[in-house]
Design a protein around this ligand. Structure first.
Ligand code: AQP
Length: 345
């Protein structure tokens, strides 16, 4: 067996996506979107940002509301700073190359690799026999989303780390089996950074802030107005102790650690900076300051979101142009992949 080639020399490209499974929240923003914008603004790599509707149907969904959910996610991307003149913004289902490569990768990935994926276990719950096969192979489609652009960097939250490792395993296996000594696909690097890489629920410091949490009070949505943000932060679960002055003092205090992390991410500071300022103070003083920072930070995003979402035709135009731009890169890569594995053409 030959060694796996890793010496990928193609262009640097960035890919990421979010599911249209609810309103985007502060976790999606601080964990991923903020870094999407930063990578786009570096201007040195082509960026592809999709709304992953193929992923959204792995769980029960409403066909009547899905198209508007895709538009809403796209509007949130733009409101957060993704610029359609610089980055391709599109619906995953509008670029058939994703699904085509996913089938090929289903035949590259090993069952044992997928059986280790913790997100499947979390989302399938106790009755995994009733979960869709799509939910099980979700990370394979995600690898196809990335490698159909030969993306070298993927900005995501910490929860996606395991899926990114699987993507690298698939690329390495493909390169070894079909690369003829060359790295056909890159071993994509996750970009997971900042104190916002893992934002937790406002109601439970041990659970991830999530779109699909039944409690809207568990998250701050990007489109929440100032009063709603302040109310949610005021109601956020905490403990009775004052804040510690050192980070070590947050160790067994998940809710406190989460609020300090959110403040740090919003203020562009470290947790240590925040504790140097608020250590010794109670949540009665800390929460209003955090609410003010959150409102100040999110107000321009939510205002812009509301403006954009009122113009569906403009969002559709952006999505169509993005799909065209993405297909122009993805389709030749799929065609080359098919040739490499020996398909008739
Ligand atoms: N709480 C979070 N903290 C930091 N990053 C997060 N991300 C999600 N939640 C947090 C990042 O956002 C991106 C998009 O995620 P997704 O839409 O593909 O689905 P998800 O990770 O499953 O996010 P949700 O909000 O929890 O959605 P549902 O409830 O539909 O499953 C990813 O980069 C993710 O890391």
């Amino acid at each position: 067996m030959s060694d796996t080639p890793t010496d990928y020399t193609g262009p640097q490209r960035v890919l990421s996506g979010m599911q249209p499974t609810g309103r985007l929240h502060l976790g999606n923003y601080l964990g991923a979107l903020k870094n999407w914008v930063a990578l786009q603004d570096e201007g040195t790599q082509e960026c592809f940002y999709c709304v992953v509707d193929l992923h959204a149907i792995t769980m029960p969904h409403d066909p009547d509301t899905l198209p508007d959910a895709v538009r809403s996610a796209a509007a949130a991307y733009i409101a957060a700073g993704v610029d359609p003149s610089k980055s391709a913004i599109f619906a995953q289902s509008a670029v058939p190359a994703h699904a085509e490569l996913a089938w090929i990768f289903n035949c590259v990935a090993r069952l044992g690799w997928l059986e280790r994926m913790t997100q499947f276990k979390d989302k399938a719950g106790k009755d995994k026999e009733r979960a869709s096969v799509g939910l099980f192979t979700y990370p394979v489609l995600q690898a196809a989303d990335i490698l159909v652009y030969k993306a070298t960097h993927v900005p995501v939250g910490e929860d996606q780390k395991q899926h990114l490792e699987l993507c690298r395993d698939i690329a390495a296996r493909f390169n070894r089996d079909y690369g003829k000594g060359e790295a056909f696909f890159p071993l994509t690097e996750p970009v997971i950074q900042g104190p916002g890489a893992r934002v937790m629920s406002l109601r439970d410091g041990n659970a991830k802030m999530s779109k699909s949490d039944v409690s809207d009070n568990s998250r701050i949505n990007l489109e929440d107005d100032a009063d709603t943000i302040a109310r949610k932060i005021k109601k956020a679960k905490t403990d009775p102790e004052p804040l510690p002055s050192e980070e070590a003092g947050l160790a067994d205090r998940p809710e406190a650690a989460n609020l300090v992390g959110i403040f740090a991410a919003l203020a562009g500071k470290t947790k240590a900076d925040i504790l140097a300022e608020y250590g010794g103070q109670g949540f009665g003083a800390f929460k209003p300051a955090l609410a003010e920072a959150a409102v100040q930070y999110l107000a321009p995003i939510s205002d812009e979101y509301r403006r954009l979402i009122s113009d569906k035709a403009e969002i559709d135009r952006i999505l169509s142009a993005g799909a065209e731009r993405a297909s122009a890169v993805a389709q030749p890569i799929v065609d080359e992949t098919k040739k490499t594995i020996g398909f008739w053409s």
